[in-house]
Design a protein around this ligand. Structure first.
Ligand code: 0GY
Length: 312
């Protein structure tokens, strides 16, 4: 893969560039596997970053994303709008349109979005909107505006992706449980993996999924959630070992409502930038059987993002 470059924008101080020489995974992905959470950043010269952004990344283009897809052995991508692009979905839309049908997208929209724009995004491959409640990433959009958007995109058959921190779930519960669509939680609602798996926070998250059959979860981002750290520090077998019980619990209890993604190019990581090949090697630790792996990587994302192909 080519190396990250900086465009016309100054990167946020301390920004870690994505890993340019990922290893080949030892874990063989099933044919048709989907990387269901990844981003494109710019390039800033072509798709400028949003004025209201909270960080300025290094560029991470669609060509670099597709090269990573092929290198790791994925067949398809779901490109999630990153907050550094605000509600300007151009880079994500361009990536979807350039993918030959191998990428679908999740957009960020405001109340002012027209029906025509929604139709255009749908034609490009967008199948969801993302509502972000992580304070360091966005200024909040009022909940009545989000609920109005959810009602509109529900009619298109789209879903809502939600991103929040575990401590905020109680306050957001009523809003989340009133959403009319399928709801996909990013990164298991960011559990604090130093806390017990059967403690109140993660128990509430499991209850959220148990009591609401429309709620799905991405079991992604061990590199973001781990305190134990990456393979280089701890030996490959123990990579991100503190995240394993949390992710495995979700995969085993809700095998038909889980998704996995690389999260390339890994915005806002401190300390280390993961080798995406080793991230793929994490999958069998959280989905130990071929059946679970197939649901996680093929059946579930296909059902949500390419339902017209009717494979699951
Ligand atoms: C992620 C996580 C993060 C960032 C974003 O859109 C974004 O800026 O999603 C984060 O900083 O935790 O899923 O990529």
């Amino acid at each position: 893969m080519s190396k990250p470059v900086t465009g016309p924008f100054e990167k946020t101080a301390g920004w870690l560039d994505w890993y340019a020489g990922p290893s080949k995974p030892r874990f063989a992905l099933p044919p048709g596997a989907v990387d269901a959470h990844c981003h494109v950043f710019g390039p800033g010269a072509q798709f400028p970053y949003a004025p209201e952004r909270k960080y300025t990344p290094c560029d991470a283009s669609k060509a670099q994303l597709f090269a990573l897809r092929d290198h790791l052995g994925f067949a398809r991508n779901v490109v999630v709008q990153a907050t550094c692009h605000g509600a300007d979905n151009s880079a994500m839309e361009d990536a979807c349109r350039s993918s030959g049908g191998r990428a679908r997208g999740v957009a960020t929209v405001r109340r002012s979005v027209s029906d025509g724009e929604l139709t255009r995004l749908h034609d490009a491959g967008v199948r969801g909107v993302r509502f972000n409640f992580v304070k360091r990433l966005v200024d909040f959009t009022p909940k009545d505006e989000l609920m109005e958007i959810a009602g509109r995109i529900h009619k298109l058959g789209w879903h809502v992706v939600i991103y929040f921190e575990a401590v905020d779930l109680p306050e957001l519960w009523d809003f989340f449980t009133a959403l009319p669509t399928t709801v996909v939680v990013d990164h298991m609602g960011r559990p604090d993996v130093t806390k017990p798996i059967d403690g109140p926070e993660f128990s509430l998250f499991l209850k959220f999924m148990r009591d609401h059959a429309n709620v799905w979860s991405k079991v992604s981002c061990p590199e973001r959630l781990s305190v134990a750290g990456p393979p280089a520090l701890n030996g490959e077998q123990n990579a991100y070992r503190d995240v394993v019980p949390f992710a495995r619990k979700v995969v085993e209890e809700f095998p038909d409502r889980v998704l996995w993604g690389t999260d390339w190019p890994h915005p806002n990581l401190k300390g280390h930038m993961p080798d995406d090949g080793l991230l793929v090697d994490f999958i069998p630790h959280i989905a130990p059987t071929r059946e679970l792996q197939h649901k996680l990587l093929v059946d579930n994302p296909m059902r949500l993002y390419w339902p017209e192909e009717g494979r699951a």
